[in-house]
Design a protein around this ligand. Structure first.
Ligand SMILES: [Zn+2]
Ligand SMILES: [Zn+2]
Length: 1016
């Protein structure tokens, strides 16, 4: 055999095999189940190869090159074999798997067909004449093969995707599985039955084992999913629990790292093909080992390839595991067993943060059921609340259902019981993010007060969440008002500053009735709030202005707010404009009140800091107030008077401006009569007092006839007003009457005396008078002092005649410091008048016939006796002897005043001591009686008291005391304890600039300092 024939024999052999292969392939394609059409087409074209190869065999054609023909045939043979194997495999395995993998199989077939066509094209045939037909045939086959389409039809596709969906779904159910299986059976041209499923199952299990053996975990995982899918059809009995668990375990095992024994997070494949958790195998290699921990194969490299398909499987498995838990929990919720129910709720709360589970729960209508669980004491409430919280986060629709089903009432019950349940407030906060629900939440009974009370919860989280709920609710004005009513003002203030004029008007109206504690007022110390409120004063809406005024008035009840209003420079201008232009009577009244409280709350020194306040004392404004105070209707009159009273009290300029308005002043005096409303008269008299006191010109009396009338009115008030304050003020004004005023002197004096005696009488001269009497007494005494002044000898005489001094003496014991001071001054004046009277012999009796008032003064000999027991009988006097008996002579000794005056010296802190010193000094003026007078003072322990003043008195009191002490020393020898004490104090006084000269003189007198001391 030559080489050519050997080669021909080889070709012969190959041709046989190719022909056989083609025939086999054609027969295999006959019973393909899915995509039959493509396979048939393919099979038809392959079978046509037969003709060509038969012609070759018959040598009707020859190949051009033997070598290449051999190679071509070999390739064709292998390709046909491969196609055959693919089809066989496609037919033999599980239908389910087939369905799933049809895409990749068909793709392979498509590629292979193209390959086959390409290979056939390589055949180079000779003997052109005979082979033309063959050539034409060959080209046709090639073209046909190239045009064969291996692609899955829509039906197959849809079944495959349904299987995939079912496997991935968290909800495998029997009906759905059956539906899919029936579709598959239909596509296969059979009907679904148990044995078919059984068969499928067996095939899948077998393949799964193979995959596991090959360590192809992700493929094995897919198969186990398909197995689960088949079981869910209910057409085959479920495997026993142990088998399931074993299956599960082997699955977890295959997805776990062989080193860490935990589910892999980042699976990687090493060179030998085994899989590990990346960290685990890296650690293994780091320890210097380069062999596989499983197969112990020595590894050529430590390269790690991420195993993405395994990672996908692990993720899928986790998902499926969660799905199972979820399904179990959902079905457990329907259980009547509380144990199961609560466990289910517990596991459900852990899954509720996943949107898809929340969707299922909502779809299944479980929300109303969960809300009902809240009412049941046996429920796992925290879990229910957490579930509901997550569900409410999911969508607004869920929130609405939760509220509709009555969850709010449970949450509020929770608050009501004082349970500081974080879950309850958390869910409420979430619900309140829905604008549609806010109305309902805020209107729920007590909801807002509870929330406000929670703001002070020790748990910061609860407090913060309650605050956020309130903020959400604060888009409604009426809720903000409710919050304010509950004592939470921040949202109120905020809403107010943001709101429209109408909103603000309604809020201001509400605020007027809300109680604002002192601790809460700082919430309103907010610049914008004040600005917006003040701005309302210039509004064109009457309601707005009215509410605004009331509101400002209310806020000003808190002195802390005053500064805030004054910091807004438009406050006063707006108020003044309103006052001068408003027609509404009550607005004017409230404006005046507001102005009054603004000024009343400032110290005079602070007023200087506010130009607006200063502006109130402009001539124009003062005139405006004065006009209102004299001409307005009674109530406004009173308010305006009160404003002027405060103004004149604080501001000297205002005092002068009021005084300068003569016409209005006359009007004021005119309204002092008894026919005026008492409240108004009371304010008028206060104002007159304010503008008179401490003013050098005294009371700005009206002229001529009106003057007499005014004084008469004052006397009448002092004499008979039922209101002691008013009487006291009247006495105060009388004490400020101009010094040269002589009208009605006798009447005035009588009234003063009566007042003094009545009060003295009322309190028996021992106990201190009660408050309201005290001020009346003080002012009456001040008035008396004015009438006993040196310049009014007639008055002094009259006082002597009225024998008022017993009362004065008693006041020295029991009165206030101020009363004592006035009493002592009055006694000093009287005592001085005696000296003047006796020396100049000007005692007159011209008014002694008018004693009607005198008779009314009650006299209490008993009390008087108490203070006179140690003194010689009344008619004789230790100083003046029998010449003292004249009833026109006033003598301190005869009046028993020395001892009480000495007693008054102990009141060193006030002006009383100084006044008493003045009074005692009057005894030493007359040189004829001075030594006897000194004796009287010494006998009454006056020296000790004087020394005490020297030690503790005011500077001017010390000066007086020093003079008196000096005079006493000139007339008596003192050698006892007070003397030694005086010595010490006098030496100390040498250090006082203004006193040292006098003190040195006294010390020389005492023979302590030598005559030639440096002090002289
Ligand atoms: Zn290995
Ligand atoms: Zn006397």
């Amino acid at each position: 055999m030559d080489l050519g024939s050997v080669k021909e024999a080889v070709i012969e052999e190959l041709l046989d095999r190719v022909i056989f292969g083609a025939m086999e392939l054609v027969s295999e394609t006959n019973d393909v189940m899915f995509e039959k059409k493509s396979f048939r087409e393919f099979s038809k074209h392959i079978s046509q190869l037969h003709t060509i190869f038969k012609a070759l065999q018959a040598k009707r054609v020859e190949t051009a090159r033997l070598e290449s023909t051999t190679a071509t045939l070999e390739a064709l043979h292998s390709q046909l074999n491969r196609a055959c194997n693919i089809i066989r495999k496609y037919k033999s395995g599980s239908k389910l798997l087939l369905m799933l993998n049809s895409h990749s199989v068909l793709k392979k077939m498509q590629e292979l067909t193209a390959e086959i066509a390409g290979t056939i094209a390589l055949l180079h045939l000779t003997n052109i004449g005979t082979s033309l037909a063959i050539k034409f045939e060959t080209d046709k086959i090639i073209n046909n093969l190239r045009s064969v389409e291996f692609s899955s039809r829509t039906k197959t596709d849809s079944i495959a995707s349904e299987i995939e969906k079912s496997m991935a779904s968290h909800e495998i159910n029997r009906d759905h599985t059956m539906e899919v299986l029936n579709k598959i059976a239909e596509a296969c041209g059979t009907s679904m039955n148990a044995s078919l499923v059984q068969n499928e199952l067996a095939l899948l299990k077998q393949e799964k084992e193979e995959m596991e053996a090959q360590k192809q975990q992700s493929e094995a995982f897919q198969l186990s999913q398909l197995i689960t899918f088949l079981y869910s059809s209910d057409m085959v009995p479920y495997p026993p629990e142990e088998e399931l668990i074993a299956q599960q375990e082997s699955l977890i095992d295959s997805l776990s790292c062989p080193l860490y024994h935990e589910l892999m997070m980042e699976p990687v494949t090493i060179v030998c093909g085994h899989n590990f958790e990346r960290k685990a195998i890296q650690e293994h290699f780091r320890q210097g080992m380069i062999s596989c921990p499983i197969c112990e194969q020595e590894l050529p490299s430590v390269e790690l390839t991420p195993n993405l398909s395994l990672l996908g499987s692990i993720k899928q498995w986790k998902q499926r595991d969660m799905d199972t838990k979820f399904q179990r929990a959902v079905s457990g919720i329907n259980s009547n067993d509380h144990g199961i129910l609560n466990t289910s709720l517990d596991s459900l709360q852990g899954l509720m943060d996943m949107p898809r589970y929340r969707e299922v729960v909502s779809e299944k209508g479980l929300i109303p059921k969960m809300v009902k669980f809240l009412q049941c004491s046996k429920s796992n409430i925290p879990a229910v609340l957490k579930c509901l919280y997550h569900l409410s986060c999911h969508c607004d629709e869920n929130k609405e259902i939760i509220v509709k089903e009555g969850a709010l009432s449970y949450i509020l019950k929770c608050f009501y019981n004082g349970e500081t349940n974080t879950d309850a407030i958390t869910i409420l906060l979430e619900l309140s993010t829905n604008e549609n629900l806010r109305e309902k939440i805020g209107n729920a009974k007590y909801c807002i007060p509870y929330l406000v009370s929670m703001l002070h919860n020790d748990n910061h989280d609860i407090a913060q969440k309650a605050d956020k709920v309130l903020i959400n609710l604060s888009s409604f004005t009426h809720f903000v008002i409710k919050m304010a009513e509950a004592g939470h003002f921040k949202p109120f203030v905020f809403r107010f500053t943001e709101g429209s004029l109408e909103t603000r008007a309604s809020m201001a109206e509400a605020l007027v009735d809300i109680q604002i504690g002192d601790d809460k007022i700082r919430c309103f110390k907010h610049r914008h709030f004040i600005c917006k409120l003040v701005e309302m004063l210039s509004s064109s809406s009457p309601a707005c202005i009215g509410e605004c005024l009331k509101c400002i008035k209310k806020l000003l009840l808190h002195s802390k707010m005053v500064k805030c209003f004054m910091d807004d420079t438009s406050t006063i201008p707006h108020l003044i404009t309103l006052l001068s232009s408003a027609r509404e009577k009550h607005w004017k009244m409230e404006t005046v009140e507001v102005l009054r409280s603004l000024i009343a709350n400032f110290q005079t020194s602070d007023i200087q800091k506010y130009p607006d306040l200063q502006d109130l004392q402009s001539q124009k404004n003062v005139n405006l107030f004065m006009r209102l105070a004299t001409t307005a209707e009674p109530q406004l009159k009173v308010k305006s008077l009160q404003l002027l009273i405060v103004l004149t009290e604080k501001l000297e300029i205002a005092q002068n401006l009021v005084r300068s308005n003569k016409d209005e002043i006359d009007n004021l005096f005119a309204s002092l009569n008894a026919y005026q409303p008492p409240e108004e008269r009371k304010q008028v008299i206060k104002l007159i007092y304010n503008i008179s006191k401490q003013h050098p010109a005294g009371v700005p009396l009206p002229a001529a006839k009106a003057k007499e009338y005014a004084i008469y009115a004052l006397v009448a008030i002092l004499n008979s007003s039922p209101d002691n304050t008013e009487r006291s003020t009247a006495a105060g004004i009388i004490s400020q009457l101009p010094a040269n005023e002589i009208l009605l002197r006798s009447e005035v004096l009588k009234t003063i005396q009566e007042v003094i005696c009545t009060i003295d009488n009322k309190h028996s001269g021992i106990e201190a008078p009660i408050n309201e009497d005290e001020s009346l007494l003080e002012n009456a005494l001040a008035a008396l002092v004015r009438y006993t002044q040196h310049t009014n000898p007639d008055d002094q005489t009259q006082v002597c005649e009225f024998e008022l001094y017993p009362s004065l003496v008693r006041i020295l014991y029991s009165g206030s410091s101020l009363a004592k001071e006035y009493a002592a001054i009055a006694l000093a004046h009287l005592s001085q008048s005696t000296i003047i009277s006796t020396d100049e012999a000007t005692i007159t009796t011209k008014q002694s016939n008018n004693l009607s008032m005198h008779k009314r003064i009650r006299f209490f000999p008993k009390v008087f006796q108490r203070f006179s027991s140690s003194i010689p009988p009344k008619n004789t006097c230790s100083i003046h002897g029998s010449s003292c008996s004249s009833k026109h002579i006033f003598c301190l000794v005869k009046a028993d005043a020395v001892k009480p005056l000495v007693h008054t010296l102990s009141d060193t802190g006030s002006g009383a001591a100084e006044a008493a010193l003045t009074a005692l000094s009057t005894m030493l003026i007359d040189s004829r009686t001075v030594s006897r007078a000194v004796g009287a003072i010494v006998d009454n322990e006056g020296v000790t008291a004087i020394v005490e003043v020297l030690e503790r008195g005011t500077l001017s009191a010390k000066t007086k005391a020093l003079n008196l002490f000096h005079k006493i020393l000139e007339h008596t020898e003192i050698r006892n304890t007070p003397f030694q004490r005086a010595e010490r104090i006098l030496i100390y006084l040498l250090t006082e600039d203004t006193l040292k000269k006098k003190a040195a003189l006294v010390l020389r007198q005492m023979k302590i300092l030598p005559d030639q001391s440096s002090f002289f």
